[in-house]
Design a protein around this ligand. Structure first.
Ligand code: AMP
Length: 270
């Protein structure tokens, strides 16, 4: 991959990278479509990165479908799929880790110890191998997007980080590879996550600005049998908690629907 990228860079071609863990859905495809329009060479990486999963998380059973992914990639105009093995990415246990402070104080980070170290470190590796000019990420994983953007800026990586809006199913459920885990009953209950964000946004539009009231409005919508991991209101730039909204804020949540942990978020502004 590095040799190909060196050649393209020498020829003055703009390389765009869309990093994923595979099991592609229309959210991923939206990133590929945006990427196709932004450069000459579109690279999709598919790597289920073991270092970003906790010991009790779903690394071993994470859904995989390489043939299906490659068909979707081809249809979306991908030039290269970079699909390294874990052994190729980690020939030895790495001694080097990338820690991004303060942006990882809240939200998913304390609930998934080590997760963002794994994410920032593997994305840095992917950047060094693929050497893209642009990399595209989804706002579905808002904290991840902010962590990577800051890592790239702090380390002078020279990759433009582009964020794209959340793609949802018609009924509002944010698309996720993990939705494949849901039973039909769980799928119905999972809808309460996007409903919760919509309920809070409706309160916000009615003039409510207090975090406690907006968070309560969201939690009230969460279906029975769904266990809230967190609902937090944070500043869209610093990701620090907000008491009263005076500038754009992110309402973000995570919840367990059965064993499946899902996340969703919405920006409240204007
Ligand atoms: P993943 O394969 O889940 O690690 O996601 C790969 C990339 O796709 C990340 O940048 C995600 O934020 C993005 N992504 C995942 N789901 C969605 C979605 N529903 N809408 C937009 N982007 C998404």
């Amino acid at each position: 991959m590095r040799i190909r990228s060196d050649d393209f860079r020498r020829d003055g071609r703009a390389i765009v990278l869309v990093p994923t863990m595979g099991y592609l859905h229309d959210g991923h495809v939206s990133l590929l479509t945006a990427g196709r329009a932004r450069g000459d060479i579109l690279v999709l990486s598919i790597f289920v990165n073991p270092t970003q999963f906790g010991p009790n998380e779903d690394y071993a059973r994470y859904p995989r479908d390489l043939a299906g992914d490659l068909a979707k990639a081809h249809a979306a105009g991908v030039d290269f799929a970079f699909v390294p093995t874990a052994a190729a990415m980690y020939p030895r246990a790495p001694l080097t880790r990338i820690v991004v402070d303060t942006l990882t104080d809240g939200l998913c980070s304390p609930r998934r110890p080590g997760h963002f170290v794994g994410v920032a470190s593997v994305v840095a590796k992917l950047f060094h191998v693929v050497q893209p000019h642009v990399a595209i990420f989804g706002e579905k994983d808002y904290q991840q997007l902010m962590v990577i953007r800051r890592m790239a800026a702090d380390l002078d990586v020279g990759v433009e980080i582009v964020g794209m809006p959340i793609v949802r199913e018609r009924d509002g459920l944010a698309m996720s590879s993990r939705n494949a885990y849901l039973s039909s009953d769980e799928r119905v209950r999972a809808l309460s996550l996007s409903r919760a964000l919509a309920a809070a946004e409706a309160r916000f539009r009615d003039g409510e600005r207090a975090a406690t009231a907006l968070i309560a409005a969201a939690k009230a919508e969460i279906a029975d049998g769904v266990t809230v991991d967190y609902v937090e209101l944070v500043d869209t730039d610093t990701l620090q908690p907000v008491d009263t909204i005076v500038r754009p804020a992110l309402l973000a949540l995570a919840a367990f629907v059965g064993k499946t942990r899902l996340i969703d978020n919405r920006v409240l502004s204007g």
